[in-house]
Design a protein around this ligand. Structure first.
Ligand code: PXG
Length: 291
């Protein structure tokens, strides 16, 4: 496997970074997870834009342009001859010293691009739906570490994942500090009630997911009334359908939340329509490259 590291495509075994890298020491950096479908890098522009926005928000200056970043991604894909895969782009503050002061890392930013085969949830899950649980760990409050920043510090989500797994569940529903529905550990959440779609607004302390945006575009195109609205767990419980969205997971139907069966306990009608439309968009919405 070949990896892009600071301007060079190197062998995986040669892709080494310093133990003084602030990404390693403090989770000080940003990242993106991108999917490739049949040589189409899905929503590449949107992912690159979000990467630079996350960086801007934490005062991290990425030393290459967006265009150069796209070239780095395409070169890594070509070096690995991959047509269907997952891309991880990581930019850390880089090598500094054993202190928080980011000025010590100036000019040392580390850029890594890894492309690898995608690991998916089992196919049955998309047919039968997922059972999720609300966990005690709440999503980071935006005034502390805004969830819109896709930072390398994912402990908030990892703690939630641990709690879900310890309780025997695959995915955790995270609330915000006021008790409103935020998102899952790596996915946004949607509810369907009486033929209308609801999802928490981006100001609620969630990541503005790119898959979430695709679903909002699809619902607009299909003229399904859609609301970015504050939700409580009650609204999720009384909906007829629920689903999660994310780059890795795509669209996953949810059929049970905290022991409450959602709708008839099967993936919903609208959910299935959106899954189908999403699949269509993965064939057109992105940047094509040739190996
Ligand atoms: N919320 C959070 C907290 C995320 O990390 C999403 C929503 C969905 O966003 P996109 O843009 O992907 O639709 C994410 C992103 C993984 C993995 O390996 C998944 C994400 C991030 C990192 C790793 O499953 N999801």
């Amino acid at each position: 496997m070949k990896v892009f590291l600071n301007g060079k495509i190197v062998d995986k075994d040669q892709a080494k970074i310093s133990v003084f890298d602030h990404g390693f020491l403090y989770g000080d950096g940003v990242f993106e997870g991108i999917r490739v479908y049949s040589s189409l890098i899905f929503k590449l522009k949107e992912h690159v834009d979000r990467l630079y926005e996350s960086a801007q928000s934490i005062s991290l200056s990425i030393p290459i342009s967006k265009k150069e970043m796209v070239t780095a991604i395409v070169d890594t894909l070509k070096a690995n001859k991959l047509k269907d895969c997952y891309i991880r782009v990581i930019v850390s503050r880089g090598e500094g010293d054993l202190g928080l002061d980011p000025r010590k890392c100036k000019g040392n930013e580390t850029i890594v691009v890894i492309t690898d085969k995608i690991t998916l949830y089992p196919k049955e899950l998309y047919d039968i739906g997922m059972d999720i649980i609300t966990v005690p760990t709440v999503r980071n409050i935006p005034e502390a570490l805004n969830p819109q920043i896709k930072s390398l510090n994912y402990l908030n989500n990892i703690l939630a994942k641990i709690e879900a797994v310890n309780s025997g569940y695959q995915e955790a529903l995270m609330l915000d500090h006021l008790g409103y529905v935020a998102e899952c550990t790596g996915d946004n959440i949607f509810a369907v009630k009486n033929g209308e779609i609801y999802t928490p607004p981006q100001c609620m302390g969630i990541l503005r997911g790119i898959t979430r945006d695709v679903v909002l575009e699809i619902s607009k195109k299909l003229k399904i009334p859609t609301h970015e609205h504050v939700l409580t767990r009650h609204e999720l419980f009384i909906g007829q359908e629920c689903f999660l969205t994310g780059t890795a997971a795509e669209i996953v139907p949810v059929i049970k939340i905290d022991g409450r069966v959602i709708g008839d306990g099967k993936p919903g009608k609208l959910t299935k329509i959106i899954m189908k439309e999403f699949k269509k968009s993965t064939k057109v919405d992105g940047i094509k490259y040739k190996i």
